[in-house]
Ligand binder design. Structure first.
Ligand code: FAD
Ligand code: SF4
Length: 510
């Protein structure tokens, strides 16, 4: 045998660099559902189902294409409980000339694999992950010498580099780089949000659901109504569904939240892009082509492309540039433990209840729920970054360290001191009221900042600004907030701070 090719659970792409020049007659593929990867965090049950089922389908597709695939299915008593043990056994059995793999997405595993040539006594070739638009080196070159990294400038470089939504004379389509200001409409039920794309579980998926229910019943989330795509063909259908039914309104309602609708006009494609069933390139191409056909407006296509070509590539580059130190940062010195209701949804704060409940049922909440509801509350409450990062890594079907960590630690918690974002996304209840209909259903009163029924976001917001005055008062993008705070009467400021103190001491009871 010539090469042993290792494929990980988030590398389910037929064009993967590790596979691209492989020879099915001389090389062998190894894949494994291992205990260590399935249980290093309290992964949502739907995430385990998605990944195990998608891996099994992918292995079948490889076999149909003529590959020999060694595949370990999950059992808690498997002899090999780690990827290293599976690969070591395969190396002993097949004595390959080389082990080939594509660089993995997580720093922890990447470090381990880089030791394998010594530990397993086999030549290991680690190939770049060419599914991203920017290599780690491209990002590092762009970042070199910059004190702060701003997504917007990186995004413009990427637009120029890829030609996506660029005119023939080298300018941005429509004359502007960014149509974000058009993308802040509140959704009031019209136009109706499309039904989410659904795939009924097949035999393989049903077996995996049983397996997860048997062995991971203590994990977060519900496995009921599993309807995610688990093959590339199905993921392509999910993409087509999004382009036809949701993308036309994606831009307008990108920041909206609804008390009734879980998915609104979002693509729900991150689970597939992140595990390799779809490539970022084909997803962006599809959105740009829909714009060129006149099927969707520019603010929708641009808003969508920016999330992938801009944010997704940016956070991935930042992760590899700054790890492992990044994961330890806590510039605001937050120490408070995560309230238990993040795991149960059992809170009278309607916006949090709805975001956490959707997360529990679906393994999904859209970006504004993650950023401005669960994230904003954690920021205002001073939750320890490690606690909130663990939560985001566990509860979403699309969660992987490389994308979750910068979003949570940098974008939400501002724990990197502003390296990722120029100011924290702190907001009072007014923002949630403006972008959703949650407040009408809430126990708390969004108009109030003091009193037992006052919206907790309000006093916590002012308390946050007040206690971090040293860090933020000099930030020009925040000076207006401080002016507003300072303009309030001293007695009122005292009352709000007292309410804030009380809230921080009683988070579990909210
Ligand atoms: P859409 O709204 O349809 O956006 C389109 C695509 O853009 C997404 O599929 C995704 O690939 C990409 N995208 C959008 N925003 C971001 C972003 N900020 N960073 C990276 N990619 C982005 N995304 C993950 O894929 N995995 C995570 O673990 C994750 N953790 C997050 C944690 C926090 C605290 C926050 C605030 C955001 C996180 N995101 C994460 C980013 C974003 O919320 C999700 O990508 C998005 O909600 C996925 O749903 P969607 O496919 O419907 O996205
Ligand atoms: Fe959330 Fe406050 Fe509105 Fe209640 S009143 S839904 S807690 S923002």
């Amino acid at each position: 045998m010539r090469n042993l090719i290792l494929i990980l659970g988030d590398q389910l792409s037929h064009g993967l660099s590790a596979l691209c020049d492989g020879d099915p007659t001389r090389d062998r593929v190894v894949m494994a559902e291992v205990h260590q990867e399935a249980s290093y965090t309290n992964h949502h049950r739907k995430k385990l189902i998605l990944l195990f089922s998608a891996m099994r389908h992918f292995a079948d597709e490889l076999r149909q294409a003529g590959w020999q695939v060694d595949y370990q299915t999950y059992h808690p008593d498997n002899q090999h409980q780690t990827l290293e043990a599976v690969v070591a056994a395969s190396v002993t059995e097949h004595v390959p000339e080389r082990l080939i793999t594509t660089e993995c997405g997580e720093w922890r595993l990447d470090q381990a694999i880089r030791q394998w040539h010594q530990r397993l006594k086999v030549a290991v070739e680690i190939r770049p992950d060419t599914r991203f638009f920017a290599s780690k080196q491209t990002f590092a070159r762009w970042a070199e010498g910059r004190k702060q990294l701003r997504m917007e400038y990186f995004y413009r470089e990427m637009r120029r580099h890829t030609g996506l939504l660029m005119t023939a004379d080298g300018g941005p389509e429509g004359g502007q780089w960014n149509y974000d200001s058009d993308n802040r409409k509140k959704w009031t039920g019209k136009p109706p949000a499309p039904a989410p794309f659904r795939v009924e579980p097949d035999t393989i998926t049903r077996e995996v659901i049983d397996l997860v229910e048997t062995h991971f019943s203590n994990h977060f989330g519900s496995s009921d109504d599993f309807h995610f795509a688990v093959t590339r063909g199905q993921a392509r259908e999910a993409l087509a569904h999004f382009i036809d039914f949701a993308l036309p309104c994606f831009g307008d309602y990108q920041d909206a939240m609804s008390d009734q609708e879980d998915w609104l006009f979002h693509s729900v494609l991150s689970p597939y892009i992140n595990c390799g069933l779809l490539t970022p390139q084909e997803v962006c191409d599809a959105a740009c082509q829909a714009y060129q056909r006149g099927q969707v407006p520019l603010n929708a296509a641009e808003g969508f492309v920016r999330q992938i070509l801009g944010w997704r590539e940016f956070v991935r580059g930042l992760y590899w540039l700054t790890m492992p130190d990044y994961a330890q940062l806590n510039r605001l010195g937050n120490q408070r433990p995560l309230p238990w209701f993040y795991w149960t949804g059992d809170t009278r704060m309607r916006c949090l209840h709805r975001a956490i409940d959707a997360t529990r049922r679906n393994g999904y909440a859209h970006h504004i729920q993650r950023l401005m509801v669960t994230g904003n509350f954690a920021l205002l409450s001073g939750i320890a970054p490690a606690d909130i990062c663990d939560w985001y890594l566990a509860v979403y079907v699309d969660a992987y360290d490389w994308v979750e960590l910068p979003n949570t630690l940098g974008m939400v918690m501002h724990a990197d001191g502003g390296y990722l974002g120029s100011k924290p996304y702190a907001a009072s209840g007014k923002y949630i009221q403006r972008m959703s209909d949650h407040c009408q259903q809430c126990h708390y009163r969004v108009a109030d900042s003091t009193g037992d029924r006052a919206c907790p976001f309000n006093a916590l917001y002012w308390h946050f600004l007040d206690r971090h005055r040293d860090q933020f008062a000099g930030n020009p993008r925040m000076s207006m907030m401080y002016r507003n705070w300072d303009r309030q009467k001293p007695e009122r400021r005292q009352a709000i701070l007292a309410r804030g103190d009380w809230l921080l001491d009683h988070l579990e009871q909210l």
